[in-house]
Design a protein around this ligand. Structure first.
Ligand SMILES: NC(=O)N[C@@H](O)C(=O)O
Ligand code: NI
Length: 170
């Protein structure tokens, strides 16, 4: 089987096995503040586990990845979900994998727009942040607390992600 990965558009349905997509989903919208404001309600749920854990809000600034990119490692957070919401309005990549007996299977690559975020479910395999084209900032909501919240895996043979914006102006 080819080690070259295809890139899929990020949709709520396709991403559902891995978590939630954070975007202005019309079915989640309700007007508040006397009609002044659209509230896109409960797009994702933060999940933290363990005594003494807390939900924290961070900003990550990710340097652009160089493509084609070799995926050699995946990670997961057994004690908490982790969300990324772009601040820079630039497309970025979401790389996840199903769990196969305690290891990540073949990665799936989703191209997210600059207006789409994701919430990785607790213990879902994913690749660390992948910015495209320029340094990009994200609001990240995840967990702080006791215990080991990072599990890493290294593939014996890497997978390759082609340039997601080939032929497009970045
Ligand atoms: N290490 C860290 O906080 N970042 C990763 O979890 C990531 O998914 O980018
Ligand atoms: Ni992570």
């Amino acid at each position: 089987m080819s080690r070259l990965l295809s890139i899929e558009p990020l949709t709520k349905e396709a991403f559902a096995p891995f978590g939630s997509v954070i975007e202005t989903e019309p079915t989640a919208m309700r007007f508040i503040n006397g009609g002044n404001t659209e509230r896109y309600h409960a797009l994702a749920r933060v999940d933290v586990a363990g005594e003494g854990s807390a939900v924290i809000i961070n900003i990550f600034r990710g340097q652009p990845r160089i493509f084609p990119y070799a995926v050699t490692t995946m990670e997961r957070h057994p004690l908490g979900s982790q969300s990324f919401s772009p601040l820079s309005d630039r497309p970025w990549l979401v790389v996840v994998a199903a769990d196969e007996g305690g290891q990540p299977g073949r990665p799936r690559v989703f191209l997210a727009s600059g207006r789409q975020g994701v919430n990785y479910g607790r213990n879902v395999w994913h690749h660390p942040l992948m910015s495209i084209g320029a340094a990009s900032e994200f609001i990240v909501v995840d967990r702080e607390g006791p215990g080991n919240n990072l599990e890493e895996f290294f593939y014996e043979e890497s997978f390759l992600i082609p340039d997601p914006l080939k032929g497009q102006t970045p």
